[in-house]
Design a protein around this ligand. Structure first.
Ligand code: ATP
Ligand code: MG
Length: 415
């Protein structure tokens, strides 16, 4: 029979990668908790309609990247492609608005039907932070500073650069959209097929194109900054000043737009050249329109999400799994005693495992291969006398001891 493969674009997470992901998640949680962000978790699937408006009916996610399915009650559901919309929905449903402003972080899998490649999967993980209910630019500075602290904590900040841009308020964006569209109409025939479609549906997204010819055309396109009205410009300048004050290095990148429709004002990305062409490891922005698109409520928000698999590629982290104690029995007859020792070691918080299978020398070889620090050997003699043989595999020293003394010696090494 042919082996089952995983579905294209999803993968098993083996201990090495998973331990890096845990490390990243833990560091991110530490940084967020330190800044008084609380953890929240929303369902992995939601009604598909929840995502359609805020993400944009013409966005990639909604048109071709979504995982939509009918359940047995004929509900149309979507595996969540991102975390922010669910968090905003939860805040509305759970009547958390009274306690605004609110700071949340989340971690979990997201799903997008994309073309799989390095750093781009169909099931991937995001860690995200959201600050809800603050209209002022302070919030944008705070959330970007939080992202910086996180990347610094996992030691990759120096391999990233922060790009920031303003998408302005609705008026500014409308004016710019019109201007950009009429500029691009002149080059319509030279644009990539994807951009041709976007020109009609959502010209701003062409700024995000990775097509060479598109980028060339865009280099002489009108610049967003020139279309920001005074209040949008003031907002953006205040964010930049605040970041300067906190010594957060950044570059203004006028081509930076976010792939989702709900953003306004600040947009930012931490980029790297280590993950190949998938260069954004953390991205975010302000989404003052999001709540209005999914409810009758209206409140501002700003946040970011980091792609954990891309971060693991950047991480210099050595995975090692070293058991303290390998338990070896002379023969199968001794396993019931070994199990009792095993239980007592675990109760004493000493990580240990029974080495099954093979001759005594095979079991020793296995213990060496596992890099156990100690081996405990039990045979007829030891069981009769209520003692055990403790061998330090590093020094080769071997002692006959009772259980309590053995524990003391092992614990000394365990610090
Ligand atoms: P990209 O431009 O790379 O497609 P995006 O703008 O679609 O990214 P966001 O929706 O902002 O990404 O998600 C935030 C982060 O999640 C990204 O910066 C990236 O690190 C990660 N990410 C997004 N899509 C994927 C994916 N398919 N596989 C792995 N990580 C992803
Ligand atoms: Mg994308």
């Amino acid at each position: 029979m042919k082996n089952f493969q995983t579905v294209r674009g999803v993968k098993d997470l083996l201990p090495n990668e998973l331990s890096k992901m845990r490390f990243i998640e833990q560091q991110a949680s530490i940084v967020c908790k330190n800044a008084c962000y609380e953890e929240i978790s929303t369902p992995i699937f939601e009604f598909a309609k929840l995502f359609e408006k805020p993400l944009g009916e013409t966005s990639d996610i909604v048109t071709k990247e979504n995982y939509v399915f009918q359940d047995r009650s004929n509900n149309t559901l979507m595996l969540r492609p991102e975390g922010t919309t669910g968090v905003v929905r939860a805040v509305i449903n759970e009547s958390l608005l009274q306690d605004f402003p609110k700071r949340y972080f989340y971690y979990g899998p997201m799903f997008r039907y994309e073309r799989p490649q390095k750093g781009r999967l169909r099931q991937f993980h995001q860690f995200g932070a959201e600050l809800l209910g603050v209209q002022d630019y302070f919030a944008d500075i705070e959330i970007i500073y939080l992202a910086k602290c996180f990347l610094k904590n996992i030691n990759i900040l120096s391999q990233t650069s922060l790009k920031i841009n303003s998408l302005g308020d609705n008026d500014s964006r409308g004016n710019y959209k019109r201007e950009l569209k009429s500029f691009l109409e002149k080059y319509k025939n030279d644009l990539s097929p994807e951009s041709k479609i976007r020109l009609q549906k959502n010209p701003l997204r062409i700024l995000d194109s990775k097509n060479k010819k598109d980028i060339e055309i865009l280099s002489s396109a009108p610049k967003f900054q020139n279309f920001l009205n005074k209040s949008s410009l003031d907002f953006f300048n205040s964010v930049c000043e605040g970041l300067d004050k906190l010594k957060v290095n950044f570059e203004i990148d006028q081509t930076l737009v976010r792939g989702l429709d709900y953003y306004s004002h600040t947009a930012f990305e931490f980029k790297t050249n280590i993950v190949g062409s998938q260069d954004a490891v953390l991205a975010g922005g302000r989404y003052d329109d999001l709540s209005r698109l999914i409810s009758r409520q209206m409140f501002p928000g700003v946040g970011w999400a980091a792609g954990i698999e891309r971060l693991t590629i950047m991480l210099d982290y050595k995975y090692s799994f070293v058991p303290m104690v390998g338990l070896i029995g002379h023969s199968n007859l001794h396993y019931h005693v070994l199990l009792d020792y095993y239980k007592r070691f675990l109760e004493n918080k000493i990580n240990s495992q029974i080495i099954y299978n093979g001759t005594l020398s095979k079991k020793f070889k296995k213990a060496n291969k596992l890099k156990c620090l100690f081996v405990v050997v039990l045979g007829e003699n030891e069981i009769e006398n209520g003692i055990l043989q403790l061998k330090n595999l590093k020094t080769g020293q071997q002692q006959q001891l009772n259980f309590e003394d053995a524990i003391k010696i092992i614990k000394k090494k365990n610090v």
